[in-house]
Design a protein around this ligand. Structure first.
Ligand code: XMP
Length: 515
């Protein structure tokens, strides 16, 4: 399939470039900026994009691409640092400029024959750079300029293109059209990337790799593991697919019932339900330190998982995981030896996974997809909308939403309040506008009055945030009437709760979860 590679030099929007290209229907992959070309250039690669970077080209640690990239027989587009890199490597001049350009900047187009085809003579671009190009290498011709930056866009023949601004950012007018012109007009890529094609290809690959063996998948009830299950059930014989669901006692209300119902609907034959709630809750008895709780839950999860795999006699099965493209990148696995590991995911680190990985028995059929592509794939596979659009739920579950010691009684109280909160959001058509919403049970009780008597109930905090990816978050701005009404419903329905508060902290400085 026609592919456009994005060479990641560490710029914040490298991911976004690949996202935008895929939205155009062209497959795009992010690779390390310094990857040797022979590892990534295949006949399917139609073009390359060099991303931005926090570095300046003349800094010692600045990332440098394989220098053969400039003589490839396919078009290359440098964006910001990517452009400066191209100029610098081809013996032009890049210097720290007097006027740094950040934000919106009017662009004047001088040549609209290819990259700027179909666009007006001037429009707003979006800049974010301190360095500027002061001398172009031989053979480059001007395509566009901005007020402070006469060299905003250049081209050498129809192979090397460079732009100083960021077309991938939504604030850049005609940004998508610029990427579209690059992908279709300049690279000649065909828009063949969609979820039906992906489904067909992946199903064939899974069948070829798995053969007659069994596959084990751990189900959490979230979007990723459920879509992975649906994909396995579509690709393989149902008898080959073993789904293991561990009830830790820290799940949401009716979660186990709901998830198994959906798996049945998808045709699963082997659903292994393990009720380990007693084990988890006794291990957590008397523990109130958040990190200790996480450790206990994580370790026990692995132990229960290993015990079950032995009991089921499927030690030699493949292990499937719902790892996404962003998980791979965040764990530093997707883009070569990129240094920063932003978040290490516990599913990637477990000993069972590591052992299976050593033996070549790990399947990660979603590993090249973004979250919204997984949602589209799920829809194509018939996964019901209530799962597809579910808010994220952390691995340790209610364990990190009950501050202080976790008990079954507290889990039950929190489950009721949380269920009510979520149902109210759905009833008010707010659920899909919010990225994640949940209740937190605080380790304090407070005095109240119900009828003529004194109450002494628990305090629950409501959390509702908007976010792109969970890395940063804004507080959801409820209408006052909604939040007051929801609060009253919780205290009227759950007698153990005497008071409701609303968490108005963004991330940063607060995290989304309270522990
Ligand atoms: P924080 O609290 O770090 O959360 O702002 C960001 C996102 O990650 C989820 N989260 C977790 N997910 N295991 C998970 O699988 C965990 O230990 C964990 N902790 C937080 C959180 O719900 C939010 O979506």
């Amino acid at each position: 399939m026609d592919t456009i590679l994005v060479f990641d030099f560490g710029g914040q929007t490298a991911q976004l470039i690949a996202r935008r290209i895929r939205d155009l229907g062209v497959y795009s992959l992010v690779v390390a900026g310094d990857v040797p070309l022979k590892q990534v250039i295949t006949p399917e690669v139609r073009g390359c994009i060099l991303s931005g970077s926090p570095f300046s080209v003349y800094q010692e640690q600045a990332p440098v691409p394989d220098q053969n990239i400039y003589s490839l027989d396919i078009p290359i587009l440098g964006i910001c640092y990517g452009f400066q890199r191209m100029v610098y490597d081809l013996k032009g001049k890049v210097e720290g400029s007097q006027t740094r350009e950040f934000g919106r900047a009017p662009l004047k187009i001088h040549d609209s024959s290819d990259l700027f085809h179909g666009m007006p003579e001037s429009f707003m671009s979006w800049m974010s750079h301190g360095d500027s190009i002061t001398q172009l290498p031989e053979g480059f011709g001007l395509l566009a300029s901005s007020e402070h930056h006469p060299a905003a866009a250049f081209r050498r023949s129809n192979r090397l293109y460079g732009i100083q601004f960021h077309p991938e950012v939504t604030h850049c007018e005609y940004g998508t059209d610029i990427l579209k012109n690059f992908a279709f007009r300049i690279c000649g890529a065909e828009p063949r990337w969609n979820m039906d094609v992906y489904l067909q290809q992946t199903a064939e690959e899974l069948r070829a790799r798995v053969g007659e063996r069994d596959v084990l998948l751990l189900i959490s009830g979230g979007v990723d593991s459920t879509v992975t299950a649906a994909l396995l059930l579509e690709a393989l014989e149902h008898r080959q697919v073993h789904l293991l669901y561990i009830d830790t006692g820290l799940m949401r209300k009716d979660e186990t019932k709901e998830v198994t119902g959906i798996l049945n609907l998808l045709g699963a034959e082997h659903i292994h339900l393990v009720d380990a709630s007693e084990e988890f809750l006794s291990a957590l008895q008397g523990v109130s330190d958040p990190e200790e709780k996480r450790r206990i839950i994580g370790d026990l999860f692995i132990r229960v998982q290993e015990k079950e795999v032995k009991r089921l006699g499927i030690d030699s099965a493949f292990l499937a995981q719902g790892t996404l493209y962003t998980d791979m990148i965040e764990s530093g696995k997707g883009v070569g030896n990129k240094a920063t590991v932003i978040k290490s995911h516990h599913n990637v680190r477990s000993p069972l996974v590591e052992e299976k990985r050593r033996k070549g028995l790990v399947l990660e059929p979603l590993a090249s997809l973004y979250k919204d592509e997984v949602r589209r794939l799920g829809t194509a596979l018939g996964v019901p909308a209530q799962i597809i659009h579910r808010h994220p739920f952390p691995g340790p579950g209610l364990g990190v939403r009950i501050l202080g010691e976790v008990t079954r009684e507290k889990c039950d109280i929190l489950r009721e309040a949380d269920d009510l909160f979520i149902r109210e959001l759905k009833r008010r058509n707010l659920y899909d506008k919010i990225w994640q919403a949940f209740c937190v049970l605080l380790p304090v009780r407070s005095v109240g009055v119900t009828g003529d008597s004194r109450g002494y109930g628990w305090v629950v905090a409501l959390r509702a945030i908007t976010s792109m990816d969970g890395m940063t978050a804004d507080v959801y701005p409820f209408e006052t009437v909604d939040i007051l009404d929801i609060s009253a419903r919780i205290t009227n329905t759950v007698p153990e709760i005497g008071r409701v508060v609303y968490d108005i902290s963004s991330k940063p400085p607060a995290t989304i979860e309270w522990e």
